[in-house]
Ligand binder design. Structure first.
Ligand SMILES: Nc1ncnc2c1ncn2[C@@H]1O[C@H](COP(=O)(O)OP(=O)(O)O)[C@@H](O)[C@H]1O
Ligand SMILES: [Mg+2]
Length: 228
């Protein structure tokens, strides 16, 4: 079964929201869909339920326990900083090779679609020796990009797409996630991105979009589902 890396143009853009909705629609269609979020910073065990791994476990219909969190997010750091800065604060180091090895093991054992959520944006440092894009490249898996509709979002999206393409990564879809109070608007942002990205699948995600809205998005990622 296929694996897709869900990356974004930056932090708080909606990666976890999108992954959770994709998990829900795929599971409602009978897929044993799972997600991992290998690296998490700003992790507070006291607030596990609202952490990214906690939200992903809930979307998979599973209980939130320390073991369950460790199984999908083994590299957790307390400081709310990029991992290359958060790890040394705990006297630790993290390498791209360790992240890639964990993802490969999860890909090997997965029986259904597997989604991998990155950290921050496409080229945010994910380890002390590399960015999220280095992990996607090493895994040789397709990517989905989550972008926004705030002022400046188009440049961020085009820059991210350019970096993904230069790395030879198969970009399945750009999900334009309507930013809270976004100034440009969803329709105009999609129109502009489609004009500048011929041949790239660009889809809109409304604020508060329910899982049924993600059937097309899942399809673009390579998972054929009905909007149930
Ligand atoms: N389309 C949306 N509709 C409603 N809330 C959203 C939407 N996209 C993101 N959010 C909210 O915005 C916040 C940031 O999104 P999140 O998925 O955590 O971003 P990321 O994983 O990229 O850091 C979360 O509270 C999330 O629930
Ligand atoms: Mg997230």
């Amino acid at each position: 079964m296929s694996t897709v890396f869900v990356t974004g143009t930056g932090t708080d853009i909606g990666k976890t929201f999108v992954v959770a909705r994709l998990l829900q629609i795929m599971r409602r269609n009978g897929f044993d869909a799972r997600a991992i979020k290998p690296v998490v910073s700003g992790f507070d065990p006291g607030k596990a339920a609202v952490s990214d791994p906690g939200l992903l476990l809930s979307a998979m219909g599973g209980a939130i326990s320390p073991d369950a969190i460790h199984a999908i997010s083994p590299f957790r750091f307390a400081a709310p900083l990029a991992p290359d800065l958060a790890a040394p604060k705990e006297g630790r180091r993290l390498s791209v090779a360790e992240i890639v090895a964990f993802c490969r093991a999860k890909i090997a054992e997965s029986k259904g679609p597997l989604l991998i959520e990155g950290v921050g944006g496409v080229m945010s440092p994910i380890a002390n020796d590399g960015t999220g894009l280095d992990v996607i490249k090493a895994l040789k898996i397709p990517a989905a990009l989550v972008a926004g509709t705030y002022l400046g979002a188009i440049s961020h999206a085009l820059t991210a797409v350019s970096a993904i393409r230069s790395a030879g990564v198969d970009l399945r879809v750009v999900g334009v996630n309507e930013s809270e109070g976004g100034s440009i608007g969803l329709g105009l942002t999609i129109e502009s991105l489609r004009r500048f990205l011929p041949g790239v699948e660009v889809q809109g995600i409304r604020r508060g979009a329910g899982h049924a809205d993600f059937a097309r998005f899942a399809g673009a990622c390579g998972f054929a589902v009905r909007p149930t």
